[in-house]
Structures are given as structure tokens and as C-alpha cells.
Ligand binder design. Structure first.
Ligand SMILES: [Zn+2]
Length: 255
């Protein structure tokens, strides 16, 4: 039975402290022999105590552990350690750099170009992530913790796209499209962002866009064309509008 998740999936799903602790457990050999049943993998993981951990091959979210965190419907370090051990059993041992995680929202730092085809691929990838992960909260049928984890995973996946985008006007356009879509999700899409996951992601993207606009003047034209004239859900567009306004003032002075 092969797992249907990849190492990248795990890194995108798990917050940094949990991932780091799970790596420590895994590397210390804390995961006991793995037994495979029809429904999944089971092992004893040695933490402060011995924990009984179960994991579905389908998704790291489908897991169970009798530790305190695991009992609260939250992904715990023991589940993630087992998920890592299962992957290593199937695909061979990890390289050191494999177990490093980067979910930071940052730009690529590289000036470049995107062809029409590449732009279309990125547009599709962004759209698919938003549709799948940034969804309205439908209440008790899904637990709130699981729901928040999905939002986080969605933002991590979008951050992964943002880190790959070269600095160019086409990227600016893609990012504005993404932010406008997230804004609609927050304002009228029923997304429960009380943890500020999506809002924080939008703010980071605005900082990236403002920084990149200093390296490529094509960004200002994109902002002028694409930013909404009515206010967004928390006025995230204002710093970018200010860049447009100051560029306009400069143009007037130069005339
Ligand atoms: Zn646990």
C-alpha cells in the first residue's frame, strides 16, 4: 500500500514547529515498526510516552493519535513522524535538505518574464488552490480546527506559487487577480478567517508587490488598471494605490 501524499504535501499542511518536532522524532528513530492494515498504517511513536498512532494512506489529515493534541482533532507531531517514516519506507531515506520546510510568503527575488502559456498555467494553479482550499465554513459538519488547517494549507500552497513567480508585470497581474479573488472569498464567500490566516497572507503579498514595484516599473500600470476603486475588505489595496498616486504626482512634476 503506497501513500497517496508526498513529502511536499506534508510540508504544505503542517505548521513549522510541528514539522520540526516531527523531523526530530523521526530522525531519533522514535517511530516503531509500522504495521499495515486494510485501512492504513499503525505504529507506536515514542514521545514523552508511547503513543498509538494510525494514519490513512490517503491523506495526513486522516490520522489518529492518543496524545492530547491528536485527541483535539489536530495534526500532531506523532502523526507527522509516522507519515515521514511511511514515505521513507516507500521511497528510500531522505536527503538532509528534503526535511527542510519553507512556507514563508516571499517573492522569488528574480527579475524575469512569463510567456502567455506560463501565465495561463500559473493562473490555473492559483485558481485551483483557491477553489479547493479557501472555502466557506459550513459549520459543524467539519470541525473548526480541520477547517483552519485547510485555509493554512491553501495559503501555504499559494505562497509556494508566489515564491516561484519572476518579477514582471504578468506576475503582478496574477497576484492582483489572486488577491481580488481572496478578497471576494473573505467579504462574501463565507470564509471564516478569524485566525487571520488569509488576511495575513494578503498583507504579505501586498508588501511583496510594493517591493517588486521598485524593481519593475510595469507594476504601477498593473496596479492602476486592476486595483478596485471601492474599498476592499480591510483596505489592503491602499499602500499599492499610494504607489500609483505618487507615480502620478511624479509624472505631473516632470511635465
Ligand atoms: Zn500525537
Amino acid at each position: 500500500m503506497k501513500p497517496q501524499y508526498t513529502l511536499k504535501d506534508i510540508k504544505l499542511k503542517v505548521d513549522e514547529p510541528t514539522f520540526a518536532r516531527a523531523v526530530t522524532l523521526y530522525e531519533a528513530g522514535a517511530v516503531g515498526p509500522i504495521s499495515q492494515g486494510i485501512k492504513g498504517y499503525a505504529a507506536t511513536v515514542r514521545g514523552t510516552e508511547l503513543y498509538q498512532v494510525w494514519l490513512s494512506p490517503k491523506d495526513v489529515y486522516l490520522a489518529d493519535c492518543n496524545c492530547y493534541v491528536g485527541q483535539n482533532d489536530t495534526l500532531c507531531k506523532h502523526m507527522v513522524a509516522l507519515a515521514l517514516a511511511v514515505l521513507a519506507d516507500n521511497d528510500g531515506p531522505f536527503e538532509t535538505e528534503d526535511l527542510q520546510q519553507n512556507n514563508t510568503v516571499e517573492g522569488s527575488g528574480k527579475v524575469g518574464v512569463l510567456s502567455v502559456d506560463e501565465t495561463a498555467v500559473y493562473r490555473k494553479e492559483i485558481s485551483t488552490i483557491i477553489t479547493k482550499y479557501i472555502r466557506g465554513y459550513d459549520g459543524p459538519s467539519r470541525t473548526w480546527f480541520t477547517y483552519q488547517s485547510r485555509l493554512e494549507e491553501g495559503c501555504n500552497r499559494l505562497a509556494d506559487v508566489v515564491r516561484r513567480l519572476p518579477i514582471c508585470a504578468a506576475s503582478a497581474d496574477l497576484m492582483i487577480t489572486m488577491l481580488l479573488r481572496l478578497d471576494t472569498k473573505l467579504s462574501s464567500g463565507g470564509v471564516d478567517d478569524s485566525d487571520g490566516t488569509v488576511g495575513g497572507f494578503i498583507e504579505r503579498c501586498v508588501i511583496i508587490l510594493a517591493a517588486q514595484a521598485r524593481q519593475d516599473e510595469g507594476y504601477i500600470a498593473v496596479f492602476r488598471k486592476r486595483l478596485p476603486t471601492s474599498h476592499t475588505c480591510f483596505d489592503w489595496e491602499l499602500p499599492l494605490m499610494e504607489l500609483v498616486n505618487s507615480a502620478d504626482r511624479r509624472d505631473v512634476t516632470e511635465l
